[in-house]
Design a protein around this ligand. Structure first.
Ligand SMILES: [Zn+2]
Length: 145
């Protein structure tokens, strides 16, 4: 019997004041241990100096809620996602560098007008025309002053 995977892990099941092993955290959230391990690699704070690794309930809750907020962050056509603010932001001066990926997608990279950090967005190359009308698109070669 495969354990059913919760689409939205229930953070209410996590007690902020206790520490969880990976196994306990996975059980409490009813998700796979592999997911918890992946989260640790993606920045979920864990005490990894000795085994078993321990995760503070408070950190676990915060991480899940943060991921949820990011997943919900809907970008308007003139916004990128700022990695520092973790929010939708307009790029400074509406300037973005265009990085073409494989044949289908492109990454728009700009500087957050709020914090100055990197903000980016993946788009379909089919929509380049639309975004070209909104942003001032540079290329990998860099912008000439
Ligand atoms: Zn920012």
């Amino acid at each position: 019997m495969v354990q059913s995977m919760a689409k939205h892990p229930n953070v209410q099941a996590i007690r902020a004041a206790r520490a969880y092993t990976i196994d306990e955290a996975a059980n409490a959230l009813r998700i796979n241990e592999v997911t918890i391990r992946a989260w640790i690699k993606c920045g979920l704070p864990a005490m990894t100096t000795s085994r078993p690794f321990l995760i503070l309930g408070e950190d676990l809750r915060g991480f899940v809620l943060d991921r949820r907020a990011k997943a919900k962050a809907k970008l308007s056509s003139d916004e990128l996602l700022c990695l520092t603010c973790k929010a939708a932001r307009k790029p400074f001066g509406m300037l973005v560098d265009l990085h073409l990926q494989n044949g289908k997608t492109a990454r728009l990279v700009g500087l957050c007008e709020v914090c100055g950090g990197t903000c980016s967005r993946m788009i379909s190359q089919a929509k380049l025309g639309d975004f070209g009308g909104i942003f001032d698109l540079g290329t990998n070669a860099g912008l000439q002053a």
